[in-house]
Design a protein. Structure first.
Length: 181
């Protein structure tokens, strides 16, 4: 089994819950708030980095941290008020990857809805209907997001550990087989 660094940024507690689920599923892990994460991550086989979304990308503190991550196998996890498979959620993974330092390999991703910061909801409740953060559809999405992450989300987050471990084993087998040829 691999040694995991699980690094997260959280305002409402959503991303912290997911981070703890991932760390709990790993045989060996260390958990850090992004502000307290070590600069040298070379002691870890896998670095899981979690964040909340702001303007369709990781929060500002995480963006700064991502640029310092180099030569690491990375798993991204995120929480947000958007639908899990929405364009907003999916492209935010790409934006996170864009900010990684040199030599990183993205192994996988995990995302789930989460409660939205009450201060943000207050700001958005009077947004016009043509604003992506306003109108009846947005209010319904906020209601759904308010019950997440739930037990199913946390169980799925924990499963990412086994999936990534299996991916690494399968890759090693493939490379060993390829080398024999």
């Amino acid at each position: 089994m691999s040694k995991w660094a699980v690094i997260y940024s959280s305002v409402t507690g959503n991303t912290k819950m997911v981070a703890e689920a991932i760390a709990g599923a790993a045989e060996e892990s260390d958990v850090f708030r992004v502000q307290e994460a070590p600069k040298d991550l070379s002691a870890y086989d896998i670095v899981a980095i979690g964040y909340w979304l702001r303007l369709g990308q990781p929060d500002p503190v995480t963006l700064t941290f991502l640029e310092q991550v180099e030569n690491a196998r990375v798993v991204f996890f995120q929480t947000h008020g958007a639908e899990v498979n929405s364009e907003h959620a999916i492209t935010s993974f790409a934006r996170a990857g864009y900010h990684l330092g040199k030599g990183c390999e993205i192994l996988g991703t995990f995302g789930c809805q989460g409660k939205i910061n009450p201060a943000m909801l207050e700001k958005r409740k009077n947004a016009p209907a043509d604003d992506p953060h306003g109108g009846a559809a947005a209010i319904e999405r906020w209601k759904r997001a308010a019950s997440h992450p739930d037990a199913a989300d946390l169980a799925a987050a924990a499963q990412i550990v086994a999936k990534m471990e299996r991916k690494l084993v399968m890759r090693e087998r493939y490379l060993a087989k390829k080398q024999k040829k």
